[in-house]
Design a protein around this ligand. Structure first.
Ligand code: FAD
Length: 142
């Protein structure tokens, strides 16, 4: 098995609903468990940021399928690299919705790893995306 990590960002469709997000999460959980994929999906400021970890061919196929989904658009690949171990081993897909009114803690985390308190992965490196996601995961576990 070639263990890889893929990071991408995309824009949610204009009228994306809570129901859409729930449906995406349920499907991701089910498919990813079956496919040996772990990772995290973050949604905020109409933007998705997702990390997928697993077998290279499986991750690649999953990303192609996700890219065709009409609930988001303009996916941008940030990183697709071989890794020694997984970072999100506990989750088939950990979901974090930053919400419309972000908490002070979330704003500080965004400011720590990016130029502003708005989720804008296009102005972040892969490493910054990973650090942000890890800290968000920890925060939302509390
Ligand atoms: P089905 O659920 O039977 O879907 C068949 C087709 O219909 C697919 O092309 C699907 O994209 C489309 N479709 C289904 N429901 C809707 C809907 N409500 N609106 C528009 N199109 C729809 N899937 C994963 O397996 N793992 C992930 O980690 C993952 N992450 C995602 C992240 C984002 C930001 C988005 C938007 C979607 C994500 N998905 C993920 C969902 C993925 O895009 C596919 O919808 C899903 O994998 C298809 O599952 P399926 O093969 O069982 O087909």
């Amino acid at each position: 098995m070639n263990l890889y990590r893929l990071i991408y960002s995309s824009y949610g469709k204009a009228n994306l609903s809570y129901h859409d997000l729930t449906e995406i999460m349920q499907k991701s959980d089910k498919n990813n468990q079956h496919d040996g994929i772990t990772g995290m999906l973050c949604y905020g400021d109409s933007v998705f940021l997702q990390i997928l970890e697993g077998d290279r061919a499986v991750v690649s196929k999953t990303f192609q399928r996700i890219s065709r989904d009409t609930r988001h658009h303009s996916p941008e690949l940030i990183e697709f690299v071989p890794i020694e171990s997984r970072l999100f081993v506990e989750w088939s897909m950990k979901a974090v919705n930053l919400g419309q009114l972000k908490s002070e803690k979330v704003k500080k985390l965004l400011l720590k790893y990016s130029p502003s308190t708005t989720l804008k992965p296009s102005s972040m490196t892969g490493k910054q995306c990973i650090n942000l996601m890890q800290e968000l995961a920890e925060f939302y576990e509390q």
